[in-house]
Design a binder for this molecule. Structure first.
Ligand SMILES: [Zn+2]
Length: 174
């Protein structure tokens, strides 16, 4: 079952693929994908831009633009959710899922983003709820997580098996 996300800003829709076959149907073969630039309105650390799959570009740009928009941080109406980003840890990378040499990571299609990796390590269990004293730690009610999910992404902190809370991918069931 393919869920279609309607983008209110640019009125584009892109199916959220479920499973490997649908990922290939929507985004093509891994690793040889066409990439396009996503510009950050403010740098994350020293990083000002990234590249993702060309078909996901407008949706990814909308996600980062919304994060940058003032007022989406529940801590203070005048503070941008951008302040909840500590590190940008990459999107496109042609590689296997860590520990599973035969399966491509969704990073191989340029449809996954890693953020705040040092605060959200692979296989760690996310806390139950947002804690203002640890603003870079993702939780199901964290503003960054909510924005990614609103735009059709799956958060790795909600993976069924090994959790990957730094990770946001535009697909389900894989
Ligand atoms: Zn990742």
């Amino acid at each position: 079952m393919i869920q279609v996300v309607q983008q209110d800003i640019k009125n584009v829709s892109l199916p959220v693929p479920n499973g490997l076959d649908e990922i290939v149907n929507v985004f093509g073969s891994p690793c040889g994908v066409q990439l396009a630039a996503v510009i950050f309105k403010q740098p994350i650390g020293a990083i000002h831009a990234t590249r993702c799959h060309v078909k996901l570009r407008d949706i990814a740009q909308s996600v980062f633009d919304e994060i940058a928009a003032t007022g989406s941080n529940p801590l203070a109406t005048s503070v941008s959710s951008w302040n909840l980003l500590d590190e940008y840890d990459g999107c496109f990378c042609c590689r296997a899922i860590r520990g599973q040499t035969r399966h491509y990571s969704t990073h191989s299609w340029g449809i996954a983003f890693d953020l705040n990796a040092a605060h959200n390590p692979l296989a760690s269990i996310p806390p139950a709820s947002f804690d203002a004293t640890h603003p870079f730690v993702f939780t199901s009610d964290h503003p960054i997580v909510k924005i990614f999910k609103k735009h059709g992404f799956t958060w790795g902190g909600e993976f069924q098996h090994r959790k990957d809370p730094m990770h946001f991918q535009y697909s389900t069931g894989y």
